[in-house]
Write a protein that binds this ligand. Structure first.
Ligand SMILES: NC(=O)c1ccc[n+]([C@@H]2O[C@H](COP(=O)([O-])OP(=O)(O)OC[C@H]3O[C@@H](n4cnc5c(N)ncnc54)[C@H](OP(=O)(O)O)[C@@H]3O)[C@@H](O)[C@H]2O)c1
Length: 231
């Protein structure tokens, strides 16, 4: 199915997987709304895109700002066809050594942020002929890592939220896809200390575009995408 003419909202579009996804979807002919906090970064990324873009700086944890974004997007476009929930942080550390206030941001951004954006845009997605809600989770939701308890919890949580939403959408023309990447070289982690093979942001972006471009009768429900470094 062609993605040309679809309207996509990508959160966390100021770097990494979100930046690559905005570019891949724009190359496929989507109008793309870029959302994150760093406006300058998004303006510069939008400048590299040859297609319709709208930059909306907002924090996904700010319910009012997210609602404002949804109003803005729905007045600029008739509907939203594709939401890519991608904004995320990887805060935390071993539970016994880490203050609670350092454990909370992963939950606030990666779980509550996804809830805020999905809740605000779902009415617009339901107005689409075929809506897609694609969420970037993590293989941490399958293989928890030491020192990543709150990040892991946020990704288990987001998988649960999306699995439940998928059931709620069973009578609607809305597909719900969870993408679980392994290691990707982005600003999320300190890659200096990583000695394995990792993916590029574009690898995940192309997976997202592939899921969104399946024929309307097909729903890719959960996708693991990992580097070829077997462990
Ligand atoms: N890199 C990996 O190895 C890996 C593996 C599995 C899953 N993931 C997931 O992939 C997603 C994207 O991460 P990435 O690796 O591409 O890292 P990244 O380059 O650090 O990108 C994270 C994005 O999220 C945005 N963001 C963070 N907090 C935000 C907030 N409160 N409100 C709005 N936007 C916010 C950041 O933009 P601003 O700072 O401008 O707001 C940035 O655009 C995350 O959900 C992450 O958990 C990454």
């Amino acid at each position: 199915m062609s993605l040309a003419g679809r309207t996509a909202v990508v959160t966390g579009a100021s770097s990494g997987i979100g930046e690559a996804t905005a570019k891949v979807l724009a190359d496929a002919g989507c109008s793309v709304v870029l959302m994150a906090r760093r406006k300058k970064r998004m303006d510069s990324i939008a400048g590299e895109i040859d297609g319709e873009t709208l930059v909306f700086p907002a924090d996904v944890t700010d319910q009012d700002a997210v609602a404002e974004m949804a109003d803005h997007v729905l007045s600029a476009f008739d509907s939203v066809d594709l939401l890519v929930n991608n904004a995320g942080v990887a805060s935390g550390g071993p539970v016994v050594e880490t203050e609670l206030n350092e454990l909370r941001p992963s939950i606030r951004v990666n779980l509550e942020g996804v809830m805020n954006v999905t809740h605000a845009l779902l009415p617009g997605i339901l107005d689409s002929n075929l809506g897609d809600v694609i969420t970037v989770s993590s293989l941490s939701a399958r293989y928890p890592q030491e020192g990543g308890s709150s990040y892991t919890a946020s990704k288990f949580g987001v998988n649960g939220f999306m699995r439940s939403l998928r059931k709620e959408m069973s009578e609607e023309d809305v597909r719900v896809t969870i993408v679980m990447p392994g290691p990707v070289i982005t600003e999320l982690n300190d890659w200096e200390r990583w000695d394995g093979r990792a993916m590029e942001p574009r690898d995940v972006a192309e997976t997202i575009a592939f899921a969104a471009s399946r024929p309307p009768r097909v729903e890719l429900r959960e996708i693991s995408v990992d580097s070829t470094d077997k462990f």
